[in-house]
Ligand binder design. Structure first.
Ligand code: GH3
Ligand code: MG
Length: 656
């Protein structure tokens, strides 16, 4: 059943990469509306792509066709609406106070981009018509990871330390234990929220589990296989190399099995993967990101281990030297004495004129502020977005991005809205400049040549605004933290309410809900479905002989033997005292009978030993398949109950 993801409301501001954001700003500023370049750039960013697709589906929800790829989404919402949405990007904040996690965003983005290229290329090789959808789905398949890593930072750090490999089944299990939801379930909820169709969402939900993929209906199965093939190939390209750890072998096996499901030969697969890696390299190069770190499938086993790239290489962008920081750390202590007053601020000064930089910079420094310096608008933009200044003081006329434009660009972003922006204006141009500056979103202005006392007064007034914004932001953050914790709590409660305390199996309440869901699905898709009711034979005697405690111990062993004998798609529940219900979605009566036989013999094959107790326990099982005449799930249960009665009447320890 679908997991609750109450944190969905917090996923609107998931971070984008700085490189992508800067590129977006360039594209938006340009006179030409280069749609292809915009789509290429969005294909590097899961958070923004998903927001755009969601907008396309929301604003045009009455249209019959859903939008499921970035290009169509852009076409549907139009450039202007897309621009307004995309400029609202968020960035990763390296804020120690937020207890930043070990989650490597750059590595995540690199992998998502590569998976997207692989999905596009493999679907093309398999002859699919819509490689665009495949590309976008590859990009979005792991968006749940981004959400969990950002919403539950500390807890997610612990999870990736224990299990760094994204396709390992243990990762999803750990996530479910710690957060009550796996990244696939979170992705599924997010894609549903964005309006993607059932088949694609379902494929994302199951795509990390090969067995589950095989049990799916046609479309979900092929989409799931495509996603898992792409994930496996991405692991081979980005992993530590052949033989370095078990994940390589696991990925190689998965790639072989899944591409077979897609009808691709090994040669076709290798060709498509190589093509995808080349496209990935091209896209990353266009963005100015480091392109290497690709290990081709045909790499010599001996050299691929030796040449395994370092983690930095895998994550793409090399750490950049931070320019212009002229004092090492921020002081928030009041500045006293020596004619200085007020509080120290972290200020970014943007000016292309070295003289102004020197004069204003030293005035600010003398007043005790920390001063970062940018030499033009573009550098100023990048530094404002990444270095977390409190106040930006920017010149008016600069080559490239001018002061007014810098102001507008910053105000359009999430980060820029928090800042206090002061515009340096010259006395000569007077009121007009001041009015345009304030219109563009500046908080205040300072006239050149600057008077140190007025400058300091303006900075202090600006700081008061910043503190108010910071306080409201911190309240917002606390609120988000509470929502995140409540999300986990809600799932734990939900799970407890649907789990049987003795056997840890799903309980009757769950069974009924799930039965109704499966019934609906079977009616909609016209696929078969069966149920099995199993009842312990002569259980009363066990209780009589070994007491209630002994009876409980037997129920635990019986349920665990039943679980082991069931397949991953069978839904085994404790239905009542010593009665169990198994739902067999997509199974006809014959298949369910085989499943029931397996369970019967697993339970009755050997005695149950517990303390001094040593008893052989058997099951009787009744099987029923859904027929077109049945009007409700109750009729299906009734048929299984009748069959169980027949099994009991025929001597027990049997299926009927
Ligand atoms: P049959 O083969 O016809 O099913 O006979 P039976 O003895 O298994 O069936 P019956 O319905 O007569 O007895 C079931 C017993 O299971 C009665 C009830 O006290 C006991 N029981 C129900 N729930 C639990 C439980 O949680 N723990 C224990 N120890 N006993 C339970
Ligand atoms: Mg019984």
């Amino acid at each position: 059943m679908d997991k609750k993801f109450d944190e969905l409301g917090l996923t609107g501001g998931l971070p984008s990469s700085l490189t992508v954001s800067m590129r977006l700003m360039d594209l938006m500023r340009g006179d030409q509306r280069d749609v292809d370049a915009l789509v290429d750039t969005l294909h590097c960013d899961p958070a923004l792509s998903l927001r755009l697709i969601k907008l396309a589906n929301q604003t045009h929800s009455r249209r019959p066709s859903r939008v499921e790829d970035v290009g169509s989404a852009l076409k549907r919402v139009g450039w202007d609406a897309a621009e307004a949405l995309l400029m609202g990007f968020s960035l990763v904040r390296n804020d120690a106070a937020e207890g930043w996690s070990d989650f490597d965003h750059e590595a995540y983005w690199a992998r998502a981009q590569l998976t997207a290229c692989l999905c596009g290329s493999l679907s093309g090789a398999a002859g699919w018509s819509s490689t665009q959808r495949a590309h976008s789905l590859g990009l979005l398949a792991d968006v749940g990871t981004l959400a969990l890593a950002n919403i539950h930072r500390d807890r997610f750090s612990g999870i990736i330390q224990d299990q760094p490999e994204p396709i390992a089944p243990e990762r999803a299990r750990l996530e479910s234990d710690v957060l009550g939801i796996s990244h696939c379930e979170a992705s599924h909820a997010m894609l549903e929220d964005a309006g993607l169709t059932y088949n694609l969402r379902e494929a994302v939900l199951v795509h990390k589990d090969y067995e589950r993929i095989c049990d799916q209906e046609n479309d979900v199965k092929t989409w799931g296989a495509l996603l898992l093939a792409s994930q496996a190939a991405a692991t081979l390209y980005l992993g530590k190399g052949r033989g370095a750890d078990s994940s390589w072998q696991h990925a190689e096996d998965l790639l072989a099995k899944t591409t077979q499901l897609l009808g691709l030969s090994m040669e076709q697969t290798e060709e498509a993967c190589t093509e995808a890696a080349q496209e990935w390299t091209r896209v990353r190069e266009a963005l100015g990101l480091q392109p290497e770190a690709v290990k081709y499938l045909k790499a010599d086993p001996a050299t691929s281990t030796a040449e395994a790239p370092s983690d930095e290489a895998v994550t793409g962008e090399a750490p950049r030297p931070i320019r212009g920081i002229e004092t090492p750390s921020m002081q928030i202590t009041p500045i006293l004495g020596n004619g200085r007053w007020g509080e120290a601020a972290r200020i970014l000064l943007v000016d292309d004129d070295p003289l102004t930089r020197r004069v204003v910079g030293s005035q600010l420094r003398r007043a005790g502020h920390e001063v970062l310096v940018a030499r033009d608008g573009r550098e100023g933009l990048e530094m404002a977005l990444t270095l977390d200044p409190q106040i930006v003081i920017t010149d008016w006329t600069m080559p490239g991005i001018c002061g007014v434009e810098l102001c507008e660009l910053l105000r359009a972003t999430d980060v820029g809205r928090r800042l206090c922006i002061l515009m340096l204006t010259s006395c000569d141009d007077g009121d007009d400049q001041v009015i345009s500056a304030l219109r563009a979103g500046a908080d205040d202005y300072v006239t050149k040549p600057s008077n140190p006392r007025i400058l300091q007064a303006r900075v202090q007034a600006g700081l008061r605004t910043v503190h108010l914004r910071e306080r409201s932001e911190s309240m917002e953050k606390n609120h988000q933290g509470e929502v995140a914790e409540l999300g986990i709590l809600a799932r734990q409660l939900e799970s407890a309410a649907l789990t049987d305390a003795l056997t840890q199996l799903p309980n009757r309440r769950y069974a009924i809900q799930r039965l109704e869901q499966e019934w609906e699905m079977a009616s909609r898709t016209n696929r078969p479905m069966s149920v099995i009711i199993a009842d312990v034979d002569h259980f009363k005697r066990v209780n009589d002989r070994h007491g209630h405690g002994g009876g409980d111990a037997v129920l635990k062993v019986v349920s665990s033997r039943m679980r082991e004998a069931s397949r991953s798609t069978d839904v085994l529940c404790r239905f009542g005292g010593e009665e169990f219900l198994t739902l067999n979605p997509a199974c006809n009566g014959q298949e369910a009978l085989r499943c029931a036989e397996r369970v019967r013999s697993a339970v009755g094959c050997k005695p149950i030993r517990h303390g001094a107790m040593d008893c052989l326990v058997t099951l009787s099982l009744g099987i029923a398949e859904r027929t077109p005449e049945m009007k409700s799930p109750d009729e299906l249960l009734l048929a299984a109950d009748r069959a169980l009665y027949t099994a009991k009447a025929a001597g027990r320890n049997r299926c009927a």
